[in-house]
Design a protein around this ligand. Structure first.
Ligand code: AMP
Ligand code: ZN
Length: 496
């Protein structure tokens, strides 16, 4: 493969050169949403980060199989082993079938993913579609001596496992620390140790989602589905496993134990974790009541928002930080992102319409443009640093503006450099970062084209000192709900 890509591996806690197990094939698994409510923008951040990983690996020429699951059973409230199933609870509340809840929020999740231009995974398996495989894996773990049965439930014996293996290797803890940190058994608990986790739970009579198993009627534990579906579609050991940082422990730690317990193999070569989207400093989460839904963001219909923002502005906002840093969601940050995004897209449009002309090449400008274009690749190769890629594209945008405004002759660069500049904008903005022009409400770019013409006519009128016409254009558009904004970079428009 052409480039040397480095990925920060949460397991080794360092950047490692990416070497797929079976090039050019790459297997990538990302923990998907639990579909009992609308996905929020925190979830979107994680999925957007992996969208970049997927897009870039494909761009580099790898044949990627991207698997992202849908959790539709087994995820209990409080992420623990006791309590109601999140989906079952919502179904009872609304007096509908659990599968109606699953379908509604899966549809909503897909709509959100396409609105924010995230590519579909190659396989999107569901936990309920893999009950047979989950039962088989539990049986293997029991046969290998790592799990035990109590009253129709099966638990993974973490204490026994940790005598031979390092449970806690991913989150950097040892078993004694974990034991101290977990709740002590209260006499009611049927587990041998509080660190043990459920592979299968006996269903109480009121539990809606239930299946037959060799241990009676029940349902699978939450951690199991990901071990089973990732290895089913990607092999017992595969390249990349991702998810949000909050899944590192216990979810991913349990996945490692389950795979080692069932197959004797470490399941994953590179573990990747995205950091959290915060709102004024606090993690965005549904239970904290500070989560934003996509439509609230687009309409500005949320107490914490001053106005609405387009999906592409939000995508741009997310890409402005490295996936491993926290990202804080504020009005100021979004409004700065809106300006930045428009500036970048304007330069993208300009660079596409520039025509090359031969003349005297300026080595200084030529070399600078080559350097910045190369840096885009280097920065993505350095653990997918989209923040630095955008910074390079902005520096390049300054030069593009100068070409477009005739402040700098286009002949300052060679033909090759000019082609490289156009290609870099196209490849990085569209293919890798997945940014596209905001959809306008007139459809098919017709409104955009009409307004560009009106802006041009107004500019001409002003140059000719025909202020009556220029004001008429501005005022009549304002009456129709379209605001023209003048700045040093030119005139932009926005729907009020
Ligand atoms: P869930 O549907 O809650 O299981 O979460 C789906 C994915 O979104 C998981 O990978 C979570 O780690 C991730 N996630 C949840 N909240 C946030 C947040 N505030 N910021 C970034 N990722 C999040
Ligand atoms: Zn998972």
């Amino acid at each position: 493969m052409p480039s040397k890509l480095n990925i920060y591996n949460s397991l080794s806690r360092k950047k490692e050169e990416f070497q797929p197990l079976n090039p050019p094939f790459v297997g990538m698994y990302v923990c998907g949403p639990t579909v009992y409510s609308d996905a929020h923008l925190g979830n979107l951040r994680t999925f957007t980060s992996f969208d970049i990983v997927y897009r870039y690996l494909k761009y580099l020429g790898y044949k990627v199989r991207y698997v992202r699951n849908i959790t539709d059973v087994g995820h209990l409230v409080d992420d623990a082993d006791e309590g109601e199933d999140k989906i079952g609870k919502q179904a009872k509340l609304e007096k509908v079938e659990p599968m109606e809840i699953v379908q509604r929020y899966t549809n909503g999740f897909h709509d959100m993913m396409s609105q924010f231009n995230c590519l579909n995974p190659d396989i999107e398996p569901t936990a309920t579609g893999h009950i047979v495989e989950q039962i088989e894996t539990i049986q293997k773990i029991i046969d290998n001596g790592w799990a035990y049965e109590v009253n129709g439930s099966i638990y993974f014996d973490v204490k026994k496992y940790s005598e031979k293996h390092h449970y806690g290797k991913l989150s950097g803890r040892n078993i004694d620390e974990i034991l101290e940190g977990t709740r002590t058994l209260d006499g009611q608990d049927e587990k041998k140790n509080s660190v043990d986790f459920a592979l299968w739970k006996k269903a109480s009579p009121e539990h809606l989602m239930r299946w037959d198993s060799p241990w009676g009627v029940g349902f699978p534990g939450w951690h199991l589905e990901c071990s089973v579906m990732s290895t089913k579609y990607l092999g017992e050991t595969f390249d990349i496993h991702g998810g949000g940082l909050d899944l590192k422990f216990p979810h991913h730690e349990c996945e490692i134990a389950q795979s080692v317990g069932a197959d004797g193999n470490e399941p994953v070569k590179y573990w990747m974790h995205t950091n959290m989207l915060t709102v004024n400093g606090t993690k965005m989460s549904k239970s904290l009541g500070n989560s934003f839904l996509p439509h609230e963001l687009v309409n500005g219909d949320h107490p914490l928002l001053e106005k609405g923002y387009s999906p592409m502005t939000v995508r741009f906002f997310m890409l402005q930080s490295h996936y491993a840093s926290t990202l804080d969601f504020t009005n100021e940050a979004l409004s700065a992102a809106e300006k930045g995004y428009k500036r970048l897209m304007k330069a993208f449009k300009e660079v596409q319409s520039l025509e090359f002309g031969v003349g005297e090449v300026s080595n200084e400008i030529n070399d600078l443009i080559i350097k910045l274009c190369k840096k885009c690749t280097e920065d993505l190769n350095d653990d997918f640093n989209t923040a630095l890629v955008l910074a390079n594209l902005f520096e390049l945008s300054n030069k593009v503006n100068a070409f477009a405004n005739n402040q700098l002759p286009i002949s300052s660069v060679s033909r090759e450099t000019f082609d490289l500049l156009q290609k870099t904008f196209k490849d990085f903005i569209e293919d890798i970062l997945g940014l596209k022009a905001d959809e306008d409400k007139g459809g098919d770019g017709k409104l955009d084209a009409t307004l560009s013409l009106l802006i041009e006519l107004r500019k001409k009128a002003r140059e000719e000192k025909d202020f009556a016409t220029s004001d008429q254009i501005r005022d009549q558009l304002a009456t129709a709900g379209i605001l023209l904004k003048d700045s040093k970079e030119g005139t932009t428009w926005e729907i009020k």
